[in-house]
Design a protein. Structure first.
Length: 124
């Protein structure tokens, strides 16, 4: 479980200039199914990191991008919520960057699917 830098990937997807996140890796050998976990309005805090760790304990390679990397919750919350409502914008670039980051750690396997607030980079 570690902090990761997704800045290079974000640039390819019109995401944040600086994008950070959290990587939770299952134990054992892959390939594992992978998920991109999107945090709530409070940001990528310890609660969200523990949720990512729980997904990893269940066998999922989990990447959680910090959608507030570009300036903190106060500066980014409104633009992130607007992007989520419109289906386009910087937050979507950040999520796509996290999906690419999950796929690049290609001990994850599979196809892209989505369900509620979790975007999966693979399925069992």
């Amino acid at each position: 479980m570690s902090e990761i830098d997704l800045t290079d990937l974000a640039a390819r997807h019109d995401g944040s200039l600086n994008l950070h996140g959290y990587l939770a890796r299952p134990s054992g050998e892959g390939p594992w199914p992978g998920v991109v976990m999107v945090h709530e309005a409070f940001g990528l805090d310890d609660v969200m990191r523990r949720q990512a760790d729980r997904l990893a304990a269940a066998g999922f390679l989990t990447v959680a991008p910090d959608l507030f990397s570009a300036g903190g919750a106060r500066r980014c919350l409104v633009s992130t919520m607007r992007a989520m409502l419109s289906g386009k914008g910087r937050a979507y670039g950040d999520i796509e960057a996290a999906l690419s980051g999950c796929q690049a750690r290609r001990t994850a396997r599979g196809r892209s699917v989505s369900s509620d607030s979790v975007w999966a980079a693979g399925s069992p």
